[in-house]
Design a protein around this ligand. Structure first.
Ligand SMILES: Cc1cc2nc3c(=O)[nH]c(=O)nc-3n(C[C@H](O)[C@H](O)[C@H](O)COP(=O)(O)OP(=O)(O)OC[C@H]3O[C@@H](n4cnc5c(N)ncnc54)[C@H](O)[C@@H]3O)c2cc1C
Length: 383
């Protein structure tokens, strides 16, 4: 039987995060955004609510939930603000998840409890200045010298890599050659390790209350046991991490798309022009109807991808479809919402202005729209 209703525990979580976003995030986030400050108190509150531990087992301080629960939380947060949502998304699916999936017993015990509690954050360093889409072109190197890896190179645009509570970044690095091909491994680099420099924060178009830095490594030495998972499996590990991350980014995109509908419904019912509420004009009604259609259909796409993931079935194609349609929906809705708000839509103090600035990265991060199309075509057997 097909049943699209959310089971009770998911619905309860969705409502809790919805209320938190409306009552705690909405009133304050605009100021953090404008001052480009990281909202430590909100992140701590999210930690106490258990959001950073949602998909992890209780033995590591997690909530014993699943990835879909994380997606629902991301959707509700992004309905109000994407900076806090991406801090959670990157913290869980890029930061903690690789350690949970591929880490040794010691690595899991050492890092996961604080990450699950939201008291610490971890970054995921794949993208380099020379390219992000072609992730196999990694130039950062790690050479084994006795009992230590010596890392040299740089990474670009790494989320959550430079906050006061960042404890580590997992990076991909070339650790050798096999049959003329690069051997890429993943290595944990604790924050503060000599030779590991977090560059000054970027000036960004959007996600202005989230943390993003370039990183550089100059003869940075970490113990050999900081290798995450098997040597030479780093590239494959990161790609599978990104498959899951795409479903999470799709959920975040749906939240932004739905947030645009929320704001426009309210505004169109209040704003008057030519003697009527603008919501009485069919041109505005059709725009809002189209926005709702995009948010709704994109939600179905990420629900399906998440359902396949949770059933343990292949979900690569569905994850890419969900990421592609939902990031399109977010962009289109942000553009229409800004139009409906007129001049106020161009003002940072209104959420739709933030939505407009935050939407574009959704078509770029965790695989651009072109890369999603390449993955979908490949899954269809096109070579
Ligand atoms: C705010 C922010 C946060 C980020 N957080 C992280 C993070 O935490 N960790 C991390 O590792 N990365 C992170 N990224 C990096 C992000 O994932 C990359 O920017 C993205 O994957 C694209 O890589 P690129 O910027 O190098 O673009 P490029 O790979 O140089 O691509 C440039 C353009 O060429 C297109 N293109 C490339 N190859 C092809 C092809 N074969 N066919 C057709 N078109 C192609 C792309 O689609 C794009 O339009 C973040 C980026 C931003 C902006």
């Amino acid at each position: 039987m097909i049943d699209f209703r959310l089971p009770e525990e998911y619905e309860a979580l969705r409502k809790t995060v919805h209320d938190f976003a409306q009552s705690e995030v909405a009133p304050v986030i605009g100021e953090f955004y404008e001052r480009e400050k990281f909202p430590y108190d909100l992140v701590a509150q999210m930690g106490r609510m258990g959001l950073f531990g949602l998909p992890f087992p209780e033995e590591f301080g997690g909530m014993g939930g699943d990835y879909f629960a994380l997606c629902l939380a991301l959707e509700e947060l992004a309905r109000v603000d994407s900076s806090v949502a991406v801090t959670l998304e990157a913290g869980v699916s890029l930061g903690a998840m690789p350690i949970f999936r591929f880490g040794s017993k010691e690595q899991r015990e050492r890092w996961l409890p604080a990450l699950c509690a939201g008291e610490a954050l971890a970054g995921f360093g794949l993208t380099e200045p020379g390219g992000g889409s072609d992730a196999g072109a990694t130039r950062t190197t790690a050479k084994l010298d006795g009992e230590e890896w010596v890392i040299n190179g740089s990474k670009s645009f790494i989320t959550n890599s430079g906050t006061d509570i960042t404890r580590l970044v997992t990076v991909t690095a070339v650790t050798g050659q096999h049959d003329g091909r690069k051997e890429i491994s993943a290595i944990i680099v604790p924050s503060g390790t000599p030779g590991f420099t977090v560059e000054p924060k970027y000036s960004k178009v959007g996600w202005n209350a989230s943390d993003t830095h370039g990183l550089s490594f100059s003869d940075c030495r970490v113990p050999a046991e900081n290798l995450l998972g098997e040597r030479g499996r780093g590239y494959a590990q990161f790609l599978s991490t990104l498959d899951e991350g795409r479903v999470a980014i799709a959920a975040l995109s749906v939240g932004l798309a739905q947030g645009c509908v929320d704001e426009c419904l309210r505004y169109a019912g209040e704003r008057e022009a030519f003697g009527s509420r603008i919501g009485a004009y069919q041109a505005i009604q059709f725009k809002i109807a189209d926005m709702e259609v995009r948010a709704h259909t994109a939600r179905l796409a990420y629900y399906e991808a998440a359902a396949k993931m949770l059933r343990g079935e292949p979900f690569k194609k569905e994850a890419s479809i969900a990421k592609l349609v939902s990031s399109n929906a977010a962009m289109d809705n942000a553009r229409d919402a800004t139009q409906i708000f007129g001049g106020y839509g161009f003002m940072n103090e209104f959420p739709v202005g933030r939505f407009y600035r935050d939407a574009k990265i959704l078509e770029i991060g965790e695989g651009t729209s072109e890369i999603q199309r390449m993955l979908i075509a490949r899954e269809l057997g096109l070579r």
